[in-house]
Design a protein around this ligand. Structure first.
Ligand code: EPZ
Length: 432
């Protein structure tokens, strides 16, 4: 077990480079199951992430050949035999459920463990199943598994999503590429990761229009073939470093960042007084001496991303006044608030809204990551707290951030990743 020790007070300065997007590469790897001819090669892959390892192991457990080297993944799915996703992999990562659509389209059968809940809510898949049933799939749910069958052939249909679910849109989109006829998805998710998936599938021979809008049309084809593709940069990783620069009053350039994927964050940070320059090959952020409080509400894209809710709360904690933060996407995504309170933060929760008192010095102490974005947010809070903050449960952070410590250290942060001693309180003495 390891821990991150971060000491507050450093201004971050310099350049970091964005990696490929975790939330884009996971569905791309699931979609590779659809390629019955040729190999799939995907570049700019964040191969160091736990979640990428998990999804590639899942494909290998199906009998699909997967190679990973540096930032590239090659996949041969021309032939494979298994249609059952193993529990020990699915329980590690909900996104595994996006193999359901491709398996039903390729093999007309799939058996996938129901994804467990997680720290941010129950995470149901009713919208996934509703959409796939509209295409002709039938499901049996029991003993913690969902079993899907396609009695004859997937057929195009009109699908309306009650919620613009990212995962449901991905599953239905992938299945519809090989359905007979035309499918429309109404109230589809519009995230950049959906657009990236549609671009990838179209390069494989699919016929998709409207991705990135709430109305997507897919004309089914007979087969898809492998292609060579490069995944988009990780907008949530970029947003995390943008906020780190602002809270430390630093001056940071994030290379490869695509500002068009972060309009809501850029606008809100500018309203807080942060200087954000949108450059050709990245984003430049300079933190102001005074940060203005601001009210923010998370929404499906292009609204403010829920994945940056816990990080932006740190900027609100550093603001000169009181801010509100409302979470509308997940039912229980304020687990990090208790940890911020341990650092001295004054935050009141009323339902889905947090009232955050800024200008309140934080003090370093032991804290625990509860989900991957909350883990990153606790490290950010440590950058501005008095003294040293010890962040534990790093497995969450490792799911979504490549070398967060190394990147922050390269920008001047006083931060280390070390072994968790058996009795930290004795060690605590030696720190002071
Ligand atoms: C994706 O999760 C992301 N994960 C999440 O990022 C992100 O927070 C989320 O989209 C929203 O943007 C990946 O892409 C791997 P949803 P997903 O289906 O697809 C409810 C991170 O930190 N819902 O859009 O699971 C659901 O409970 C992760 O990188 C249903 O009710 O999100 C939630 O409240 C965390 N029924 C809301 O919709 C369904 O069938 C949004 O979920 C599906 C979802």
């Amino acid at each position: 077990m390891e821990k991150i020790m971060v000491t507050g007070g450093s201004k971050l300065q310099g350049t970091v480079k964005a990696h490929g997007s975790k939330n884009a590469i996971l569905p791309l790897i699931s979609a590779s199951i659809l390629a019955s001819r040729n190999q799939v090669s995907i570049r700019n892959v964040p191969t160091g992430l736990e979640d990428v390892t998990t999804i590639t192991q899942l494909l290998q457990s199906l009998g699909i050949h997967v190679d990973m080297s540096d930032d590239m993944v090659t996949i041969h799915a021309e032939k494979f035999d298994s249609t059952e996703a193993p529990y020990e992999l699915v329980c590690k990562m909900r996104a595994s459920v996006t193999v359901l659509g491709p398996l039903l389209a390729r093999k007309k059968y799939a058996r996938v463990p129901l994804p467990g809940g997680c720290a941010i809510g129950s995470r149901p898949i009713d919208q996934h199943l509703k959409g796939l049933e509209a295409l002709g799939a039938e499901f049996k749910i029991g003993h913690g598994y969902v079993e899907g069958f396609v009695p004859t052939q997937l057929r195009g249909n009109n699908v309306y999503l009650d919620i613009p679910s990212v995962g449901a849109t991905q599953n239905i989109l992938m299945a519809a590429t090989l359905a007979k006829g035309v499918t429309t998805i109404v109230n589809a998710a519009c995230e950049p990761e959906i657009q990236d998936l549609a671009n990838f599938l179209n390069q494989m021979g699919a016929r998709i229009e409207g991705a990135g809008t709430p109305f997507i049309t897919i004309e089914g084809v007979d087969f898809l073939r492998g292609t060579d593709y490069s995944v988009i940069p990780d907008r949530i990783e970029v947003g995390t470093y943008m906020i780190a620069a602002a809270i430390t009053r630093g001056d940071v350039f994030i290379e490869q960042a695509k500002s068009k994927h972060l309009t809501s964050l850029i606008v809100k940070m500018r309203e807080m007084g942060v200087t954000v320059l949108e450059c050709e090959n990245g984003i430049h952020v300079s933190g102001p001496d005074e940060i203005k409080p601001i009210d923010i509400k998370t929404l499906p894209y292009p609204g403010f991303p829920t994945d940056l809710q816990s990080p932006i709360m740190v900027l609100q904690l550093a603001a000169n006044g009181t801010s509100m933060l409302t979470e509308t996407v997940f039912e229980d995504r304020f687990m990090h608030v208790e940890e911020f309170r341990r650092m001295g933060a004054n935050i009141k929760i009323n339902g889905q809204t947090a009232l955050i008192e800024g200008n309140h010095p934080l003090s370093g102490t032991q804290v625990m990551a509860t989900d991957l974005r909350a883990g990153a947010a606790l490290v950010l809070a440590g950058l501005i707290a008095e003294g040293t903050t010890e962040v534990r449960e790093l497995r969450h952070i490792d799911r979504g951030y490549i070398d967060l410590v190394g990147n922050l250290k390269s920008l001047g942060a006083k931060i280390e990743r070390t072994k968790l001693e058996s009795n930290p309180f004795l060690q605590q003495e030696s720190l002071s």
